[in-house]
Write a protein that binds this ligand. Structure first.
Ligand SMILES: [Zn+2]
Ligand SMILES: [Zn+2]
Ligand SMILES: [Zn+2]
Length: 144
């Protein structure tokens, strides 16, 4: 029976910061990060297309980005291991479907479940999130 206070901010941030060992209760998977919005944007990546959270091999939780991982934990981030690429490792913040690392790396920056656009710029830092053999932080060159 409480009315919203008059003159309240028309655009509430709706953001939550969660650090280990807690997890953000809005998501079905264990997820932490800094100023995370309901579609997994964070304090560091805040564009309309920044709607994926990535799982790390070290603690098996999802984070909007590696900076969120480092802020929410006290250990070094370990990319998702290659031998588990068939396990769920990416959360689409739009439809909250988890997809496997293989599906994500193969998805052409579009959610295979709902069609939401993902940030194509994430390709540049794949090595931080996935154990991709022989490719470090490569830039540009999108050849074969
Ligand atoms: Zn970790
Ligand atoms: Zn972040
Ligand atoms: Zn989706």
């Amino acid at each position: 029976m409480t009315a919203p206070p008059p003159g309240s901010d028309p655009s509430p941030p709706d953001r939550e910061t969660t650090t280990a060992p807690d997890a953000d209760s809005r998501f079905a998977v264990p997820l932490r990060g800094v100023a995370v919005d309901p579609e997994t944007r964070c304090a560091h990546w805040d564009d309309p297309v920044d709607v994926v959270a990535l799982r790390f091999g070290c603690c098996e939780a999802y984070y909007p980005c590696d900076a969120c991982h480092d802020a929410a934990t006290d250990h070094e981030a370990v990319p998702w291991p290659r031998d588990r690429f068939d396990d769920p490792a990416v959360l689409c913040g739009v439809c909250e479907t988890t997809i496997t690392a293989s599906e994500y790396l193969d998805c052409d920056d579009t959610c295979p479940a709902c069609g939401a656009a993902f940030n194509p710029g994430c390709r540049k830092h794949r090595g931080r999130y996935f154990e991709v053999a022989g490719s470090g932080d490569e830039d540009g060159d999108d050849g074969l």
